[in-house]
Write a protein that binds this ligand. Structure first.
Ligand code: FAD
Length: 164
């Protein structure tokens, strides 16, 4: 479980970065591409997609930072990393799908990076514990069905007692 906690933390981090990449690519394209004589970013339904990605980025990042803070202070973060992993992966899949949509047919081609974001976002929902496993864990914590077993070893807080 300690290994999974490390792995899930890195996947949450990577997926949060993927959402950021989707926002950046979509914002750039929304300024550049014009339809009906205006940049597509001025159409309300395109704004809705950008808003969803931007919000997903913020709350994924906050959950990931919370897990990171707990880990840096040497506290157990099994529950928090599982939650951060689930939400960041789910939001990354959503953001990547919307990023393809914002790019229209170009999003489907490999001329822009968003089709790669779409494929990569899917893998993260499967490895290091599937989305379903993360959900079951959160439900079991909330219902009181799950208690973490004591660890045989704990990692020291970072930066290992120094004030730097
Ligand atoms: C890109 C990629 C890279 C990977 N890298 C590695 C790696 O480096 N090392 C490694 O060891 N593995 C790796 N894997 C494998 C990955 O860990 C497994 O695919 C994953 O654990 C799911 O197992 P499975 O594919 O056998 O799916 P299954 O266990 O067959 O699950 C199939 C579906 O049923 C659901 N399901 C299964 N059991 C339950 C349950 N009890 N309750 C609810 N739903 C359930 C799952 O969530 C999933 O949706 C990788 C996978 C991918 C896609």
């Amino acid at each position: 479980m300690l290994c999974l906690e490390h792995g899930r933390y890195t996947v949450a981090s990577g997926s949060t970065g993927l959402i950021r990449a989707c926002v950046d690519a979509s914002v750039q394209y929304s300024h550049a591409r014009k339809t009906f004589e205006v940049p597509i970013g001025e159409h309300q339904l395109v704004k809705e997609m950008i808003a969803g990605m931007a919000a997903g980025y913020e709350f994924s990042r906050l959950l990931w930072l919370k897990a990171g803070w707990l880990r840096n202070t040497g506290k157990r973060a099994t529950r928090e990393t599982a939650l951060a992993k689930w939400i960041a992966c789910e939001q990354a899949e959503k953001a990547a799908a919307e990023a393809v949509q914002v790019h229209g047919a170009y999003g489907f081609s490999d001329e822009f990076p968003v089709e790669r974001f779409y494929r990569n976002s899917k893998g993260a929902s499967i490895y290091e514990g599937t989305r379903e496993i993360q959900k079951l864990m959160q439900a079991d914590y909330a219902l009181g069905f799950r208690q973490d077993k004591p660890r045989r070893h704990n990692l020291p807080p970072w930066p290992f007692g120094n004030d730097v």
